[in-house]
Design a protein around this ligand. Structure first.
Ligand SMILES: Nc1ncnc2c1ncn2[C@@H]1O[C@H](COP(=O)(O)OP(=O)(O)OP(=O)(O)O)[C@@H](O)[C@H]1O
Length: 608
């Protein structure tokens, strides 16, 4: 006897109680569990219908029906439990019926125990194997579905080829990629021929190498062009591919389109936080701020006065995870040196004359956020030391206190002096210098980014015309020429002030060279040529514009521009003078006067 329970449930069906119990006892003793019994057809059928039974041992004679009928009904109802039919009266017909309905065995009474046990073992083992097989199939199907879903849904292009480089399979992303690069490539296409051009030869080489060596070729990137000539950067991994049973082999190409990310990285911004500027140097600054903003490190911002160091500090704070906490700013030169320490670190009541109550310093006020210290090169040796200690230990002592304070404040500093020189001269601590400039962001002077001047000038014109409620719509070519030829020692701040002044002074709707300060005027600034087509006679030669010129002289200097501008506005308004005058910001009689004065030929108005 084997006492270990054996897998599989057995149902014994016999209308004779003694036989049922004998079978049950005998099978249970052999370790089968559970061994169920049923006395009638209905009872047996109900057990079989209510859950799977691994083996039915049924007498052929049941009181009101037969074991063969039970077998037939169970098969009819889709129940596949194996049957061993026991009979006291062996007949060809019942044996044939039993076989026909799929009985596993047909045993004649008196039942030989060993023969029965052999049969039972066999049935149950087969049953168990079938169960394992169907479990494995289910598992495989689930896995296949999973892979299929992944294959279809990934954004990487996946292409499977055989050993002759014919495409066996490709996913939706690969179809899309091919549609952009090599239309017509699909299942069955031979990539050996398709990838023969120099542009795609890398892919072909990779595939061949994988097929030859059976080893993966790990990621590398290559450049190509789409059919409409857009550049693409593709990252490729090629691996061997073996297909289970039939030993077919080939390779899998996984291609990731990196162009989007690269384009995003490269895409030019003309503004970033409060910065305006699309030059390469400013793009580099934006990228740096984006990258450094997220890292909680000390940053030193350098650059000439007016280059936007404060804007950079703001942008760094906005880009950081501290952006919901305060950004506290301090211009270190704005506070007398003897008060700077207390301003920064706070003080205790009575720490010095006038300290009539405890005061929280700015470092504490910026807890969780950022402290921006402008003009850091100007702080005293003592403040340098205290700042260094704070940066090293993240704790500080308010003036007059011996209780250390712990804060989580990020420090960003800025200077327009050469701190390195100060270090060499011994006026700035080298250890602090290195602490401060863990990251150094250098803002380029305006003269190194000429392409931003017009962008910035227009931005400021828009800003000030809104602030001052003056409808100014742009700058004349002459004015732009002067702006571009200036050296901008005061950088963007200087340009900002120049444009504010120009908006204030501008008598019309366009900023002209005469609205700019005299120091911008250059002897080579010549008036813009008149568009001959639109003027019957060229206007009188314009004087070289100088700041502080009279209104008449100004008008004269920019006559061609004004004339062409009037003409263009008239064109836009379809020749409607009232509308044009409104747009130009002048009254109708002035417009008539100017048309006459500038000899504008209305017959040539091109209607836009
Ligand atoms: N790229 C820019 N786009 C728009 N405005 C700018 C830009 N750079 C500077 N500005 C403006 O110029 C002025 C000066 O900028 P900011 O105070 O940030 O310069 P700074 O380098 O800190 O100057 P300083 O060294 O004198 O303190 C500000 O009004 C600022 O808004």
């Amino acid at each position: 006897m084997n006492s270990a329970p054996k897998t599989g449930s057995i149902l014994v069906v016999d209308d004779e109680a003694s036989l049922r119990e004998t079978f049950q006892f005998f099978l249970s003793r052999e370790g089968y569990d559970p061994v169920l019994t049923a006395a009638t057809f209905d009872e047996a059928f109900s057990i079989l219908s209510s859950g799977p039974v691994d083996l039915v041992i049924s007498d052929i004679v049941l009181h009101e029906a037969s074991g063969i009928e039970l077998l037939r009904r169970t098969r009819q109802n889709g129940i596949d439990s194996p049957f061993i039919i026991i009979t006291g009266y062996p007949e060809v017909k019942t044996a044939a019926d039993a076989l026909r309905y799929g009985a596993f065995d047909y045993i004649v009474k008196p039942v030989d125990k060993d023969a029965l046990l052999r049969s039972v073992r066999l049935v149950l083992r087969q049953r168990q194997l079938e169960r394992l097989k169907s479990q494995a199939e289910e598992e495989r199907e689930r896995y296949r579905l999973l892979l299929d879903t992944v294959f279809k849904s990934v954004t990487d292009a996946i292409i499977i080829v055989d050993d002759e480089l014919n495409i066996i399979n490709l996913n939706a992303a690969a179809r899309q990629l091919f549609a952009d690069l090599l239309p017509g490539c699909t299942e069955g296409t031979n990539l050996s021929a398709t990838f023969c051009s120099a542009e795609f030869s890398t892919l072909r080489t990779d595939l061949l190498r994988v097929l030859q060596t059976g080893e993966e070729v790990v990621e590398h990137r290559f450049e190509c062009n789409t059919i409409d000539n857009k550049p693409k950067i593709l990252s490729i991994c090629t691996s061997p591919f073996c297909e289970g049973g039939d030993n077919r082999h080939g390779a899998v190409l996984v291609i990731r389109d990196m162009s989007v990310r690269c384009l995003q990285q490269r895409s030019r911004c003309s503004s970033f936080h409060r910065f305006i500027g699309s030059s390469d140097v400013m793009q580099a600054v934006y990228t740096m701020i984006e990258n450094v903003g997220r890292v909680d490190t000390t940053v030193l911002i350098t650059g000439e006065s007016g280059t936007g160091k404060e804007l950079a500090a703001e942008a760094l704070h906005r880009e950081s995870s501290r952006n919901r906490m305060p950004l506290v700013k301090l211009d270190c030169t704005a506070i007398p040196e003897n008060l700077l320490e207390s301003e920064l670190f706070g003080h205790k009541k009575g720490a010095f004359t006038g300290a009539d109550k405890d005061r929280r310093g700015l470092i504490m006020q910026a807890d969780g956020g950022t402290l921006f210290l402008d003009e850091i090169g100007e702080i005293s040796a003592m403040t340098q030391l205290r700042l260094l200690r704070f940066l090293q230990e993240r704790t500080f002592y308010p003036v007059g206190s011996d209780t250390p304070m712990v804060v989580d404040t990020r420090v960003i500093t800025a200077t327009n002096v050469n701190l390195k020189e100060k270090v060499q001269q011994g006026t700035f601590r080298e250890d602090l210098y290195f602490r401060l400039r863990v990251i150094d962001i250098s803002l380029p002077p305006l003269r190194r980014r000429n392409s931003d001047i017009v962008l910035l000038a227009n931005h400021f014109v828009r800003k000030f015309s809104q602030d001052l409620k003056k409808p100014i719509n742009g700058l004349s070519d002459n004015a732009i020429k002067l702006l571009l030829s200036h050296d901008w020692p005061g950088n963007v701040r200087e340009l900002e002030h120049v444009m504010e002044r120009a908006v204030v002074l501008c008598p019309g709707v366009t900023i002209t060279s005469n609205d700019l300060p005299p120091e911008l005027a250059r002897s080579d600034a010549s008036p813009e040529p008149a568009p001959e087509l639109h003027l019957v006679q060229p206007p009188p030669p314009a004087a070289v514009p100088t700041g502080g010129a009279s209104a008449d002289a100004e008008a004269e200097a920019d006559t061609p521009v004004a004339a062409s501008h009037i003409l263009s506005v008239l064109g836009k308004c379809g020749g409607n003078k009232a509308k044009a005058a409104r747009l130009l910001g002048i009254d109708r009689s002035t417009l008539y006067r100017k048309i006459k004065e500038y000899h504008i030929d209305l017959s040539v108005i091109s209607l836009e």
